[in-house]
Ligand binder design. Structure first.
Ligand SMILES: *Cc1c(COP(=O)(O)O)cnc(C)c1O
Length: 338
C-alpha cells in the first residue's frame, strides 16, 4: 500500500533544477586527526557561491516538483533566521516563484538577525507568527491552487532526495580514491531531510558508513522518528528494501543544550577549533555537530570520521544589499527575535 501511495506521489520524476556546483570537496583535517583516527570534512558549505549549505541540494528537487505542478507561489515556514527559508527565497525567486514564509520566534543572535534581514532583501513575503500554535491557521490562509507547500527545513521526500544524490556523490569520491570510506558521517539533525537522504543513499550504495545524527531541535524523539520515516520513504520510492536503514543511523541527543537556537559551551569550543581550520560554524546547527565529531575523534571511535558541513560560507554582504536595518523592521518581525 505504502509503495503504491509513494508511486502515486511521484508520477514522473522531473529532472532536478541544477543549482549547485558538484561534487563538493572532501578534505582531511590534519591538525585535528589523531593516530588511527582521521577527521575529514565534506564541504557542503560550497554548494553554491551565492548561498551554499545543505538547503541548496534539497531545493534542486523541491523546485523541480513545484514547477512540474505548475505552482506560482512557494509557501513555507521556519524560524526567524531560517536558512531553509532564506535558500528557498533566493533560489525560488530566481526560478520565478513568489516566496511566502511563516516565521516563528528564535533566540536573537547576530547571525539570526542577518538571515532575517537578508530574507527580506531577497524578496520574502514574511508572515510573522508569535508562536507555533498560530502557524497552521496562517498557513491555511496562504495555501491554494497556485501554491506549493514546502515543509519546515525543506524535508519533503523530494528534498531528502537531494541528500540521496549527495551520498552517491560521496560514494563516487570514495571509489575514485579521493578519501577512504568513512566509518561515520557526522551531521546535524534538524528537520531530518539531510540525515534521511544520507542514510538512504549510503544504503543504496552499499557503503559501510553510518550516519551520526546530532539532534539540535525539540522534541528529539519526534525528529528522530521523522528522519527514520523519511529515510524509509526514500528507499521505498527507489524500489529498495528499508530493512537495514534503522542500523544506519546513530542518534545523538547529548549536544542540544537548552534547545533549538541556544548556544552551548561545547559548541563555542568547537567553533574556536574549527576557525583555526578556516571553517565557520553557527550556534544553532553546525557548532553542535562539530563538537560531537571532535569528541568521537578524541575517543578514537572509528578509523575515518567525516564531518558533513551544512552551513553556507558565502559572504552575506551581497544578500544584504538593500535590507532593512533591524531597528526599521516591522514590530511583529522584531518581536520574533527573543
Ligand atoms: C537546515 C540545516 C541543518 C539541518 O538539516 P535538516 O535536513 O533540516 O535536518 C543543518 N545545518 C544547517 C546549517 C542548516 O541550515
Amino acid at each position: 500500500m505504502e509503495n503504491l501511495r509513494e508511486l502515486a506521489v511521484l508520477p514522473r520524476v522531473p529532472a532536478p533544477v541544477v543549482l549547485g556546483t558538484y561534487p563538493t570537496p572532501v578534505l582531511r583535517l590534519d591538525a585535528l586527526s589523531r593516530p588511527g583516527c582521521e577527521l575529514w570534512v565534506k564541504r557542503d558549505d560550497l554548494t553554491n557561491p551565492e548561498y551554499g549549505g545543505n538547503k541548496v541540494r534539497k531545493l534542486e528537487h523541491v523546485l523541480a516538483y513545484a514547477k512540474a505542478r505548475g505552482a506560482k507561489r512557494l509557501v513555507t515556514l521556519g524560524a526567524a533566521g531560517s536558512h531553509h527559508v532564506l535558500a528557498t527565497t533566493i533560489y525560488g525567486r530566481a526560478a520565478g516563484f513568489s516566496v511566502e514564509g511563516v516565521l516563528v520566534p528564535q533566540p536573537r543572535t547576530a547571525h539570526v538577525v542577518e538571515d532575517l534581514r537578508a530574507n527580506l532583501a531577497q524578496g520574502l513575503v514574511a508572515f510573522p507568527a508569535q508562536s507555533w500554535a498560530m502557524v497552521p491557521l496562517i498557513l491555511l490562509r496562504r495555501l491554494g491552487r497556485d501554491a506549493y507547500f514546502v515543509t519546515a527545513g525543506g524535508s519533503t521526500l523530494e528534498g531528502a532526495m537531494g541528500y540521496v544524490d549527495a551520498a552517491r556523490e560521496l560514494a563516487a569520491q570514495v571509489r575514485a580514491g579521493t578519501m577512504p570510506e568513512p566509518d561515520l558521517a557526522v551531521v546535524t539533525l534538524g528537520s531530518g531531510g539531510t540525515v534521511a537522504g544520507l542514510a538512504a543513499g549510503f544504503e543504496l550504495e552499499g557503503l559501510k558508513t553510518k550516519v551520526v545524527a546530532v539532534c539540535i531541535a525539540e522534541p528529539p524523539w519526534v525528529i528522530e522518528w521523522m528522519a527514520l520515516r523519511l529515510a524509509r520513504r526514500c528507499l521505498r520510492s527507489l524500489g529498495r528494501s528499508t530493512a537495514g536503514v534503522r542500523d544506519r543511523i546513530v542518534f545523538e541527543r547529548r549536544y542540544r543544550g537548552a534547545g533549538y537556537g541556544h548556544a552551548t559551551p561545547w559548541g563555542a569550543r568547537a567553533t574556536a577549533i574549527a576557525a583555526r581550520e578556516s571553517l565557520a560554524l553557527d550556534d544553532t546547527y553546525t557548532a553542535k555537530a562539530f563538537a560531537a565529531a571532535l569528541d568521537l575523534v578524541a575517543a578514537r571511535r572509528a578509523k575515518t570520521i567525516l564531518y558533513w558541513h551544512t552551513l553556507s560560507s558565502a559572504p552575506m554582504e551581497p544578500l544584504l544589499r538593500g535590507a532593512p536595518r533591524e531597528a526599521d523592521l516591522d514590530l511583529h518581525l522584531r518581536r520574533l527575535l527573543r
